[in-house]
Design a protein around this ligand. Structure first.
Ligand code: OOG
Ligand code: NI
Length: 265
């Protein structure tokens, strides 16, 4: 494959595993019959100058990715877009951003103060997308963000890293349905995100998705350590369109629920 893409996805994967130990176990469980193929990965950011969705997307344009559909999440104040590469061996990429100006003045102030600590020149570094947090954040700030936006709190705690990887269930010969994947995961003791039902979407919308609940991992806030939701693992089964090719887009109503995989419970 393309060396630059391999380096990027390997970096994202290694940093993701560091805070998502369940993903490695699930990868081994589902991968017993063959290689795991990634359907997509997802990244998050704030729509502030110099660090918005486009800045993240630039890393994929360099690799030959193209911009595809846009998605709006009015309630969560998020905007997203997905990206695809002509080489189907490369995973799709889903990037979202918090529309900070639509949030409360308190949230805006905290998020802008976090972003102000960041040296914006790092955004073009090859490893930026898995470089983590570029700011100090207090537990009080984290809690204040959490009260208004789980997404903002997650970004404040974790910064730049893959929020999730997604197993392509179409490439799992031992699991003909998404329900069979979910059963295997539950049997092995993994908790699934049940917001909107364990299976989001349907054959009718050409995409079915499920996900684990994010692991808990320790974050060093400026005033102490705390366990907070880190990252999760997703499972996607795609259905063919009228032309026989698998649907490659996302489904906003399903994505809205997938975001909740990192909610604090
Ligand atoms: C992205 C949630 C949406 C999907 O596949 O629909 C998503 C996120 O949680 O950052 O991944
Ligand atoms: Ni996803």
């Amino acid at each position: 494959m393309h060396q630059q893409a391999t380096t990027l996805f390997d970096g994202l994967w290694q940093h993701y595993l560091q805070v998502t130990p369940s993903a490695e176990k699930i990868h081994n469980l589902l991968g017993q019959q063959g290689e795991i193929i990634n359907d997509h990965i997802a990244l998050r950011t704030f729509n502030l100058p110099g660090i918005g969705l486009d800045v993240l997307a630039a890393h994929f344009f360099t690799l030959g990715y193209e911009a595809k559909e846009e998605y709006q999440f009015v309630g969560k104040k998020l905007f997203a877009r997905h990206f695809e590469h002509l080489d189907p061996a490369l995973p799709k990429v889903f990037i979202s951003e918090l529309l900070v100006e639509q949030c409360s003045p308190e949230l805006q102030q905290i998020v802008e103060a976090l972003a102000a600590q960041m040296d914006k020149s790092v955004v073009t570094n090859d490893d930026f997308l898995y470089s983590g947090r570029h700011w100090q954040c207090s537990l009080q700030e984290y809690k204040s963000l959490l009260a208004e936006s789980e997404y903002a709190a997650w970004m404040a705690a974790w910064g730049y890293r893959a929020n999730h990887f997604t197993v392509s269930v179409n490439h799992l010969p031992a699991y003909p349905t998404l329900a069979s994947v979910n059963e295997a995961l539950k049997q092995a003791g993994f908790a699934l995100n049940s917001s909107g039902g364990e299976i989001k979407g349907s054959p009718g919308v050409l995409l079915e998705q499920s996900s684990t609940l994010a692991d808990q991992a320790s974050v060093l806030f400026s005033d102490g350590k705390r366990l907070v939701p880190s990252c999760f693992y997703e499972f996607a089964l795609r259905y063919p369109m009228a032309n026989g090719e698998l649907y490659t887009g996302f489904v906003a109503a399903s994505a809205d629920k997938i975001f909740e995989s990192t909610d604090v419970r």
